[in-house]
Design a protein around this ligand. Structure first.
Ligand code: KIV
Length: 275
């Protein structure tokens, strides 16, 4: 049975941790679908891990829709949430609803995610009114990288911590079904998780959150760029891929690949006529 947004609330009620991973294509989504991941996020982190940008700001609606369609095709039994890219929801409430609608209609995903606190309340309410579930995102919000002055831990001062708690409550009131808390000090993330009824999904925010999300390239060590402190390597796939590539080069150069079992046969009678 496909996970739904109501399962998120049930999990929080029962104290069961939610598991979310990012995916950006069909094959990985299918592997996740065959595992027991609760939900897949097509994050705009695709700009960095798939498209090679320095941040997420250049990601377009077309990029998100293109990748999300592939993910949804692979995730038959897993709820897919899609990030709304930078400038697809900040300009006006109306264009935010139109873009959220495009994502759902064109990809078949279940929900959208957008970044921001109190300033996003009207937008979130309008999208939810259009019957589209919304996941919020607080703390380190990568689309604000230029305002934040880099990818930094958020909520460390009393004022910033109080603002994060307020923002979380406002998002809850606006009707989000969950909130990603990114790079929020663990004790503060735990407090926020206790203060609101919607599940919090942490990334770099400790285990007091109601669930966790990671970028799959990070947890499989497939991204040779910067590795954040909060990332744990669950499998060293990056090394295995490189080893595979080197073996391939070696065998092609030495002539040992392709071997006979990798080739197709032609009838000798046909072959004779060619000489
Ligand atoms: O874009 C993304 O992958 C995200 C997660 C890191 C939460 O927003």
């Amino acid at each position: 049975m496909k996970t739904t947004v109501t399962d998120f609330f049930k999990a929080k009620e029962k104290g069961e941790k939610l598991t979310v991973l990012t995916a950006y294509d069909y094959s990985i989504a299918k592997l996740m679908d065959e595992s027991s991941i609760d939900s897949i996020l097509v994050g705009d982190s695709l700009g960095m891990v798939c498209l090679g940008y320095e941040n997420t700001l250049s990601v377009t609606m077309e990029d998100m829709i293109h990748h999300s369609k592939a993910v949804v095709r692979g995730a038959k039994n897993t709820m897919v949430v899609v990030d709304m890219p930078f400038m697809s929801y900040q300009v006006s409430t109306e264009s935010a609803v139109v873009n959220a609608g495009r994502i759902i209609k064109e990809t078949g995903a279940t929900a959208v995610k957008l970044e921001g606190g109190a300033e996003m309340v009207d937008t979130i309410k309008a999208i939810v009114r259009a019957q589209i579930p919304v996941m919020g995102h607080l703390g380190l919000t990568p689309q604000s990288v230029n305002v934040m002055g880099g990818f930094k831990v958020q909520g460390k001062t009393e004022e910033a911590a109080k603002k994060l708690i307020e923002d979380a409550k406002k998002l809850e009131e606006a009707g989000v079904f969950s909130i990603v808390l990114e790079c929020v000090p663990a004790k503060l993330a735990e407090l926020i998780s206790k203060e609101i009824s919607v599940p919090t999904i942490g990334i770099g925010s400790g285990n007091g959150c109601d669930g966790q999300v990671l970028v799959y390239h990070d947890m499989l060590d497939m991204f040779s760029g910067f590795k954040p402190k909060f990332v744990k390597t669950f499998a060293n796939i990056g090394e295995q891929i490189k080893e595979g590539f080197e073996k391939y080069v070696e065998e092609v150069k030495s002539g040992s690949f392709p071997a006979e079992e990798h080739t197709f046969k032609i009838n000798d009678e046909v072959l004779e006529k060619l000489y």
